[in-house]
Write a protein that binds this ligand. Sequence first.
Ligand code: BGC
Length: 668
Amino acid sequence: MNKLTAKDLTAQEKLRLLLGVGAWDLYDAEGKLPRFTMSDGPVGLRRVLSVREDGSEEMKPSVAYPAIAVLANTWDRALARKMGEALASDCLENGVDLLLAPGVNIKRDPRNGRNFEYFSEDPYLAGVMAREYVDGLQQSGVGACVKHFCANNLEYDRFEQSSEVDERTLYEIYYKPFSIVCEAKPVSLMCSYNRVNGQYAAENKRGFAALRGELGFDGAIFSDWEAVHDRTRSAKAGLDIEMPFNEAHFGQLVKDYESGVLSDEELDACAQRVIDLIYRCKEMHEGKRAPLTVEERLSVAEKIEREGAVLLKNEGILPLKKGTRAAVAGCYAKAEPTSLVFGGGSARMVWLGQPFDLAALLSERLGEQTVYERAFLPKVAIGNAALGIPARAVENAALADVSIVCAGTGADLEYESGDRESIRLPEVQERAIVDIAKANPETVVVLFAGSAVDVSAWEPYVKGILLAGFCGERGGAAVADLLCGLACPSGRLAETFPCALEDVPAANTFRNANVTRYSEGLDVGYRYFVGAGKPVRYPFGFGLSYAVFEYSGLRVQTDGDTLELSYLVRNTSQTDGKEVSQVYVRPIAAKVYRPERELKGWSKDEVAAGGQVRVTVRLGRDAFSYWSAAEARERVDDGVYEVIVGKNCTDARLRCKVCIRGGNIVLP
Ligand code: BGC
C-alpha cells in the first residue's frame, strides 16, 4: 500500500481529518486516503442504514450476542476471543473498519445504566477479558475502539459530572483495564463524556499522556459522540478525532490554527495518528474474509450464554427432570428482535435470527407441555391496573410440578444516559414472584438483568435462581439446557450482588449536580466488602454448579520473576462440569494501604465426573505491585504476601505464603 503521511496533505486537509464525516465515517481527503467507516457496538453490530425523519435509526439486523456482562461471567478467555472473531465476521461482511467496542469501565456502582455493557468491578478481570476480545477482533481484521476513558461510572448528568478520583486509584482501578487491554494493541480508544477531576475527559491531557506513556497505548483517540466542547483544546490535549462532525467546532479549529493557537506540530501529531489508524485498519483486514459463518456466530452467542449464566441458588430443584410439568411466567420468557432482554442505548441493535420462546424450548426438553402466561411487563401487570398479576399465572404455577418465573430489567430499566434508582426489581415483579412461589414453593427465578439485583424481597420464597443476564438471541436455548441439566452451569459473578444498595460504598459517597467523589478510593466492589467484613448476597466470583469440586495438593515454585502455583481440582460428583478457580493476593503488613485481597489470576477447567485435573496458574511480579503516587510508578515492596486459591473472593480453599526480597519472588 502506498501510504501517505501528514506531510503529504495540506493544512486544510489535516484540519478536516480531525473531525469525522457525519456520524460514522472519517474524512478521506478527497480520495487521497482510503475510505473508513465505523459502527457500534459491543454486543452486536449496530449498522445504521439511515436516519428516518423522526430521528429514529434504521438498522441492519445482525447477530445479537449476550451482553458484555454475561461474557465477563464466563471467565473464559478463549470465548472472549471468539466473540471478537464473531463480531469481526459481522463487520467484515458489512464493510466496517472499526467496531466501537468494548467498554471496560469499572462497575463502581450497581445503579450505572451501562453496567451491562461493561465487564466487571475488578480491573484485572475486565482488562484480561477485554484484551482477548480485542485480540480476537483485530486478528480477524477489524479495529477496536476501547471505551470510555475515563472514570465514567454512572450515567447521571454524564456530560458535566466531575469524577473526583485520587491518582493512585486512577492507576490501580480505573486506568488498569485500559493498560491491560493495551497489550492487544487496540488501534483506537474513546474518551468519555464526564469530567475527570474537573477537566472534560475530551481535554484530559494528563490522562492521554498516561495512556500514551505508562499504559502503552499507541493508537488514535476518538471523542465520545458530542463529548468535545472546544476542538482546539481537545487537539492540544491529544484527542485526535471529534465525532460526529460539528461545523462550528471545525470553523473554530481553522481560526485557531490560522491565528497560531494550534501549532503545526500539534496539528500534525493528531493528523498523523488519524492517518495511521486508517492504514492500520486497512492493512489489518487486507485479504481477510469473515472467519465465522452466521451459524457459527450464533453458536458462539449460545455458548457465551451457556458459560456465562450464573446459578445463584439451588435448593435441590435444578436440574429439572424429564417429565416435569413446568409453568412459565413473565415477559422475558419470550424474546423478540426488538427484545426486552437487552440493555438500551448505543448497544441496542436489531437481532438477526428467530425470537425464542422459553416455554416451547422447555417443552421439547422435558417431554411435557409447559404452560406459559406472560403475566407482567417490566413495570406493570398485564391486564390489571393494580399491581396484582393475573390469577391465571398463579393457578398455572399451583397446578405444575415446577414454576419458572422469568423476571428482570431490560432496556426500560438499564440503558445508556440514565441510571437505575433502585437495584430491586420493579414492585410488580417482586410481588409476582412471591405470589407464584407461595402457590408453588418449587419455584425457580430466571433473572434477565444486566447488572446486580437486590433479591432480598423474594429470594427466601424461591428454591432456585439462575442469572441469565441479557442473553442475546440464542440465550433461550442455553437457558433451557441449563435448567434441564443438558449443560452444567459454570458462570461466576464478575460483580458483587450486595444485600442492599445502601451497602455499596459508591451509593454513600458525595454526589451533587457537578461532582461525584470517589472517596472509597481503591475499595471498589469486593475490595471493600471483604476488607470491611461486610456480608453480601452473592460475592464476586460466586456461582453454583451441578458438579461438586474439591481442591487439594497445592505446589508452589518460583524462579524469582514468576510464581507458579499448581493444584488439583477434583470433581466428586456424577456430573461433568467446569470450575473457575480464582487466585487472590493478600499483602501482609503492607507498607502502604492495600485492599484486603485482589484477584491476580484464574483458570477455568473442565473436569469430568469423578475426575481431576492439575491446574497451573502463573503470577508475575506485577501481581504484587501497586501504584506509588509518591514515585509516580508501579512499585513492588519487599514483604510477605498470602496467595489464596478459592472458589470466589470469600471462599478460600488453598493458601500459601510467598515473599518479595530485593524485588524478587522467593519462597519462605
Ligand atoms: C456512546 C458511545 C457510542 C457512541 C456512538 C455514545 O453516546 O457513549 O458508547 O459508541 O454514542 O453511538
